[in-house]
Design a binder for this molecule. Sequence first.
Ligand code: ADP
Ligand code: MG
Length: 705
Amino acid sequence: MRPPALNPLFASAINLPGIGPRMQVLLKKALHLPPGVTEPRVIDLVWHMPTGVIDRRATPTVADSIPGTIATLELRVLKHRAPPRGNTKAPYKVACEDDSGKIDLVFFHAERKFIERQLPEGAIRFVSGRIESYNDKKQMAHPDYIVAPEARDDLPMLEPVYPLTAGLSGKVLLKAERAAVERIPLLPEWQDATWLKARAWPGLAEAVAHVHRPQEATDVSNGSPPWQRLAYDELLAGQLALGLVRQSFKQQKGRPVSGDGAIRARIADALPFALTNSQRQALKEIAEDMGVPFRMLRLLQGDVGSGKTIVALMAMAVAVEAGAQAALMAPTEVLARQHAETIAPLADAAGLRIGLLTGREKGRARAELLDRLKAGEVDILIGTHALFQADVEFKDLAFAVIDEQHRFGVHQRLALQTKGGGGGANLLVMTATPIPRTLLMTHYGDLDVSRLTEKPAGRKPIVTKAIPVESIERLIERIRLQLHEGAQVYWVCPLIESSEKSELAAAEERHAHLAQLFGAGKVGLLHGAMPAAAKDQTMAAFSANHLKVLVATTVIEVGVNVPNANIMVIEHAERFGLAQLHQLRGRVGRGTRESFCMLLHKTPLGDPARERLEMMERTEDGFLIAEKDLELRGGGEVLGARQSGMPEFRVAEVPNFADLLAAARDDAKMVLAQDPDLKSPRGEALRTLLYLFECDEAVRLFRAA
Ligand code: ADP
Ligand code: MG
C-alpha cells in the first residue's frame, strides 16, 4: 500500500485553489497524465515542469525604466481615463506616477469595473509587465500583475512559465502550482547522503520548491541542481522497478526446457522460405535461455515485416518438444486472429495442436477449449489478454510470448506477468518499435534482447523519395501508370495544424479529387470517425483488390496487411516524426512488387524536416532511424513515445540525462545486491520513492515472492 504520507499528493487537483471542474478539464489537457490516470492530481502538477522563467526582478523608477524590457514598478494611481463613448478601438488608460515620472497603464477592450477595482485612484500598486514607449511617453499595456502592497508576495519576481492549453491562464496554473508545492510532505531521504552532498543536491521538498518558485533564473533549467535531483529520483525509481522485476524473475527457478528439434524441423520443412540469419540467431539465443534453469525474460525487437511470428512459433515449438505447452498473446483480437491464421497451416504440417482464445470465444466452445487445454490436448494457445483470465488453466505452460508489448506500460505489465499470469513460464516479449539503445536501458533496464536486423530474403527495397508538393501532378500520372500494372496505393492525408480545416475535411477533399481522376469505384476513404463496420468493409474491399487506392487519415489500423499494396503516399510528410513515417512506410513492401514511398512536402523545408526526409530516403533500417529520431528530437519528446505508448519521463527526459541514467542504473543494481528486499532504512525510503513515481506494481512483487 502507498504510504499514507503520500496521499495528499495523490489527491485530486480539484482541491487546489483556483481549480474547479472547468479548470480541471483544462489541466487534464495541459498536464500530460500518465496512462490510466483520468483526473489530474496534485502530483501531476508537481511533475509539470516549467519551460522557462520571466524575470520581473528589475525594479527601476519610471524614469529609468527601459522600453522593451520587463519591469516591476511601484506606482501611485492618479486618474482613470475612459475612451470616448462609442469608440471601442481606443484604449482605457490609467495615469500613474512615481517620484521620477509618469506612466500610463493601457487596456484595450477593457472591463471597466475590473480595472477600477484593481487600480483605485490614489492607491499604491506594484505593477509588472513590459515597458513601452508611445508618442514619447512611457506606457504599459495590460500589465501581467497588479498587486496591492500587502499582497506583494503574490507577484512572482521570477515567474516560471508552464506549458499551457487554450483557456488555461498562466496565472491560475501558477497559483495551483504554488499550492501543490506546499503539499509535499516530509519524507525520509532515499538518496545516498554522500552522493547528494557531492552533487550539492537539495532534498525533495526543496528541489520541488526551487523549480516551481525559482530563486534564480537558472533554477528552471534541467542542468540546475534541483532539477537534476528530481530527474535522478525519477530515473532511480524506474531503474529500481525494472531491477525488481528482473530480480523477481531470477529468483523464480525455471526448469530447463529443451527439445530434440523434431517439430522445428517439420515447421522448417513446411516453410516456403529459409530463415534469415537474424531469425536463426534470435532462435538460438531464445533456445539457450530456455535451456537453463532460470526463468527467461527476453525482448525480441524487429521492424514490422521482419518475421517475428515465425521466430515465436519456432520458440514455442521448443516448449512442445519438451512435452509442455506454449501461449502467444496479442494486444488486439484482430492481431490474435491473424496470428492464428498464419500459424495454423504450419502447425498442421508439424502436428501441433493450436487453440484460439479471445473475448469472442464464449459458452460451450470456450469451455471445451479450456478442457482440452487443461488436459494438455492443446499445444499452443493463441489469444488476447483473455489468455490470462483466472479460469484459463494450462496443463503445463512452459513458454509465453507477448506480441507488441510496447502498447502496454512496460514494467507494470512485466510485473503482472511475474506475479500471476503466465505462471512461472519463460517469457518472450516482441516489439515492432525499434528502440535506441539509450532508451532500451531506460525502459527495459538490462533486459536480454534479440534483434531482427535483416529483412527476409526476396523482399525488395522500398524506393523512398521526397517530392515537393508542386510536383503532385507528375506523381499522380506515375501512379496512374502503376495502377495499370496492378498496383495498389495507400494515400495518407496530412496531420492538420490547428488553423487549417480538419483532418477529415482534407482527406475527404483528396478522396474526391482522386476518385474523379481514377474512377469513383476504385478509390476508398478510411478515417477515424467512421463506424467500425464501415471501416472493416472498406478495408476488406482494399484487401480484396476491389479498391485500388485507399485514402486514409493517419489512423491506418495497426496490423493491416495487404501484401499487394506497393505504394505509400504521405502528404505533408514534413509534419510527421521519423518514427511515424517509418511505421507508415512499413505498410508497403510486403509483397513481390517493387514498392514506393512518396513523401510529399511543402517547400522550403526547415532543417529538421529536411533531415528527417533525407533519413527516410537513405535507409529502411528501423534501428538507425530510431537513433536519428532521438538525436533530432534532442531533449524534447522521446521517440514518439506517445505514439508507441511507451512510458514517458516527466522530469528526466532522455537523452539530456544520459549520465544520470547510467548512475541510476548502477545505484539500483548496488541497492538490490545489498538489500534485495528493500528492508534497510534506505531501502524503506526507496519504497516510498517507488510509490511516489507510481511503480506500485514493482513494490507489490515483494508480497508476491
Ligand atoms: P512481423 O511480425 O515481424 O511484423 P511477420 O512475422 O508477420 O513480421 O512476417 C512478415 C512476412 O514475412 C510474413 O508473410 C512471413 O511469412 C514472411 N517471412 C518471415 N520470415 C521470412 C523469411 N525468412 N523469408 C521470407 N519471408 C519471410
Ligand atoms: Mg507481427
